[in-house]
Ligand binder design. Structure first.
Ligand code: UT7
Length: 324
């Protein structure tokens, strides 16, 4: 028998303020047409003044617990992926814990930028397999609007705010690819590419939060090369192939990257969960947001194979394969 981590519930929260592409037209030398055609993004949500990453995360966590039919008392730990924490410390996860009225179990943050949720999911799976908890809340939550340079048209039109969460629960499986739950993970980082995507401030360097800097076209090339590869590696580890995949749930950064990855995996677009048009790039929140939106629509059927993949600053990239 093998201990598996099964998704019992998903949830998400998006701030009320929806900003259409046209909002940028009066502020920058850009156009709705450019943003749509180069990225697939049509709108994004921005957090209100005073609304923090933990506020979004708590709402997403409550929604996931509701769908799972669980209460905070059922949860043994919280792992939260973010690059935009409320404070330098404590971890946003501990703020979610207290917001949910919990004072037991572990709670900590994972920082792998846009790949953060994939890393957090793999981390939670490892914790569950190691017997460190039976039920773990895994959250991706971001307020990237706080680290935008609003004069840089190459980045500020791309990102949005939001949070998504899943409840993982331990379940015994046979140890085969027919098991429900997480079947395999593939995680990678290469710090030599730091200059491609980073924030130009921080606690021990500038003492400021800093702003996001990106050489978008170079990140684009890495994404197209690395995402299908990591997905194939994870599928291989699970003993599955592209033809076994029912749903690709990709990081929602750019429609052209998503299309190229799906093509490389031999998947038609109707097997790809797409939220990029309405959410923009919400970094670590994008995959759990997409999972929750698709789950809410009833798109996933028990037994179906899902593949998630993401790449972001670091560079860090990876993939998780699971059976719904
Ligand atoms: O989630 C973390 C990982 N991040 C990503 O996956 C993002 C990856 N990169 C991308 O999605 C794309 O590279 C972008 C959407 C950021 C840019 O698209 P691109 O097709 O790679 O464009 P580019 O950077 O090569 O720029 C082409 C042109 C440039 O003008 P010139 O030099 O050709 O005159 C840019 O200045 O487009 C210009 N441009 C814009 N024009 C209008 C850049 N941003 C804009 C804009 N509006 N917002």
């Amino acid at each position: 028998m093998t201990r598996r981590s099964v998704i019992r519930g998903t949830g998400h929260y998006l701030p009320e303020n929806v900003v259409e592409n046209s909002w940028f037209e009066s502020r920058l030398d850009t156009s709705d047409e450019w943003i749509r055609s180069r990225t697939g993004i049509e709108r994004r949500h921005f957090a209100a003044d005073g609304q923090t990453t933990s506020d979004l995360a708590i709402r997403a966590a409550r929604a996931a617990l509701d769908r799972a039919g669980m209460t905070p008392a059922d949860i043994d730990g919280i792992i939260l992926a973010t690059s935009t924490p409320d404070f330098t410390f404590p971890a946003v996860a501990t703020m979610v814990q207290s917001g949910l009225g919990m004072s037991r179990g572990f709670a900590y943050d994972v920082q792998a930028v846009c790949a953060g949720f994939v890393f957090a999911l793999a981390n939670a799976d490892a914790m569950i397999r190691a017997g460190l908890g039976d039920r773990v809340l895994v959250i991706g939550a971001e307020t990237f609007s706080r680290i935008m340079d609003w004069t840089d048209r190459g980045t500020c039109v791309l990102f949005g705010d939001g949070a998504g969460a899943v409840v993982l629960e331990a379940q015994e499986g046979a140890g085969t690819s027919d098991d429900r739950g997480i079947l395999s993970c593939d995680l990678n980082s290469d710090g030599t590419h730091r200059e491609l995507l980073y924030v130009d401030g921080g606690v021990s360097s500038t003492g400021t939060a800093g702003q996001l800097r990106m050489q978008g076209n170079l990140v684009f090339r890495h994404a197209v090369e690395k995402l299908a590869k990591t997905a194939h590696t994870a599928l291989d580890k699970a003993g599955l192939t592209g033809s076994d995949v029912d749903w690709l749930v990709p990081h929602q950064a750019n429609m052209r990257i998503i299309t190229a990855t799906a093509q490389k995996m031999g998947l038609p677009l109707d097997k790809v969960v797409l939220t990029v048009a309405d959410h923009g790039n919400t970094s670590a929140a994008s995959i759990p947001l997409a999972l929750s939106v698709a789950d809410g629509r009833g798109q996933f059927k028990p037994g179906q194979v899902l593949v998630t993949e993401a790449i972001g600053g670091g560079l860090s990239w990876g993939s998780v394969v699971l059976r719904w």
